[in-house]
Design a protein around this ligand. Structure first.
Ligand code: TRP
Length: 333
C-alpha cells in the first residue's frame, strides 16, 4: 500500500463513545483525505489505559471503534487501519524517544496537568509519558501530516522538537510532521456546557450525541441541550449554546451557518431543535445500519485488523531499525 502520496496519520483513543464531535472534527475529514494521502488510522488503545478502563469494555469498544471507522467510510483498501497494541514498534520507539526528551518538556504539557486534576488518585507515569507514545505513533511512519484538534497542538510540537533533536544528533532519521486542524466551525462543543469541547469520555452522556445513539436518545439530548437567553437562531460569541447547534446543523447538512440562520428567521428554538434532531438521526441512520451489518461479521473486522497490523508493522520496523542502528544497538543477525 506504499505510494508516493504524502503520509497522513491520526488516531483516536477508545476511552468513551465516538461522538458527532469526533465525526465532524475527525472521521468525516479522514474519509475525504483518503484519496489524496497515504493514510494510517489508529485506535490508540495503549493511550486509553493511561486512564483506568474496564478491560472487557475496552476490548469490545476497540472493535466497535474499528467498525465505526469503517461505517463512516474509512476504506481498508485505501488506508491502513489498525490497533496500536498490535504493532510493537510503538512502545519500543516511545522508550527511545523518552531518552531524548527532558522532564522539563513533559512538565509543560497542559493535557497532563488537566488529566491529573481530573483523576487525582491515578496520576500515573503512563499519563506523564503519553506524549512520547504519541510521538512514536507519528514518527514511525515518516508522517507528513497529522490531523488533530487544537487540544493536541502541544503534543505535536513536542513530537517535532524530539524528532529535530534526534535528527541533529544522528542524521536525518525522522520526517518532521506538520499538524493540520479542522476548519473553523468544526469544533463541536458540549451540549450542556458549550464552553467545553464535546468529550467522548464525558461522565454525563447528555453532553454528547454518540454515533450509535438511538433516535429517541438523540431527540432527547438535543431537546435538553442548553440554548441561551433570547429567541433568535443566530450565531454569536455571547450565545455559545445556540451557536454550537447551528454549527452542528451546518456541517452535517452541508449548508453554511448563514443559510441555517436564514432558514430559521422568525422560528423558535423548539422548532429548530426538532429539525436538528431529525437531521442528525437521518444523517446517522446509514452509518448505524452499516455498523450493525459489520458487527454481524466480526471475522471480517479481525481480518482487516490483521492486514492493517501487518502493513503497519512492516513500515514501522523500517524506521525502528534505522533508529536502533543510530543509537548504537547491535542488530540481530
Ligand atoms: N492524543 C490524541 C488525542 O487525544 C490521540 C492520538 C494518539 C493521536 N496518537 C496519535 C492523534 C497520533 C494523532 C496522531 O486526541
Amino acid at each position: 500500500m506504499k505510494t508516493n502520496k504524502p503520509v497522513l496519520l491520526s488516531g483516536i483513543s477508545p476511552s468513551g463513545n465516538l461522538t458527532i464531535g469526533n465525526y465532524i472534527g475527525a472521521l468525516k475529514n479522514w474519509v475525504e483525505m483518503q484519496e489524496k494521502y497515504d493514510c494510517l488510522f489508529i485506535v490508540v488503545d495503549m493511550h486509553a489505559i493511561t486512564v483506568r478502563q474496564e478491560p472487557g469494555l475496552l476490548r469490545s469498544r476497540c472493535l466497535s471503534f474499528i467498525a465505526q471507522y469503517l461505517a463512516c467510510g474509512i476504506d481498508p483498501e485505501k488506508s491502513t487501519l489498525f490497533v496500536q497494541s498490535h504493532v510493537n514498534a510503538h512502545t519500543e520507539l516511545a522508550w527511545i524517544l523518552g531518552c531524548y526528551t527532558y522532564m522539563g518538556e513533559l512538565n509543560r504539557m497542559t493535557q497532563f496537568k488537566d488529566k491529573s486534576k481530573k483523576h487525582p488518585t491515578n496520576i500515573n507515569a503512563g499519563l506523564y509519558v503519553y506524549p512520547l507514545l504519541m510521538a512514536a505513533d507519528i514518527l514511525l511512519y515518516q508522517t507528513d501530516i497529522v490531523p488533530i484538534g487544537d487540544d493536541q497542538k502541544q503534543h505535536l510540537e513536542i513530537t517535532r522538537d524530539i524528532a529535530v533533536r534526534f535528527n541533529n544528533l544522528h542524521g536525518k532519521v525522522f520526517k518532521i510532521p506538520e499538524p493540520c486542524f479542522p476548519k473553523i466551525g468544526a469544533r463541536i462543543m458540549s451540549l450542556l456546557e458549550p464552553a467545553h469541547k464535546m468529550d467522548k469520555s464525558d461522565t454525563n452522556s447528555n453532553n454528547y450525541v454518540a454515533l450509535l445513539d438511538e433516535p429517541s436518545i438523540i431527540t432527547n439530548k438535543i431537546k435538553t441541550a442548553v440554548t441561551d437567553s433570547g429567541t433568535q437562531i443566530k450565531t454569536s460569541e455571547t450565545k455559545p449554546g445556540i451557536s454550537n447547534l447551528i454549527a452542528i446543523y451546518s456541517v452535517l447538512s452541508g449548508i453554511t451557518p448563514k443559510e441555517v440562520e436564514n432558514n430559521y428567521i422568525g422560528k423558535n428554538y423548539m422548532t429548530f431543535k426538532k429539525d436538528l434532531a431529525e437531521m442528525i438521526v437521518e444523517k446517522l441512520r446509514p452509518l448505524q445500519n452499516e455498523y450493525k451489518k459489520l458487527m454481524k461479521n466480526k471475522d471480517y473486522i479481525y481480518e482487516i485488523l490483521k492486514k492493517g497490523a501487518q502493513e503497519a508493522t512492516r513500515r514501522a520496523e523500517e524506521t525502528l531499525k534505522k533508529v536502533y542502528e543510530k543509537v548504537g544497538f547491535i542488530l540481530p543477525a
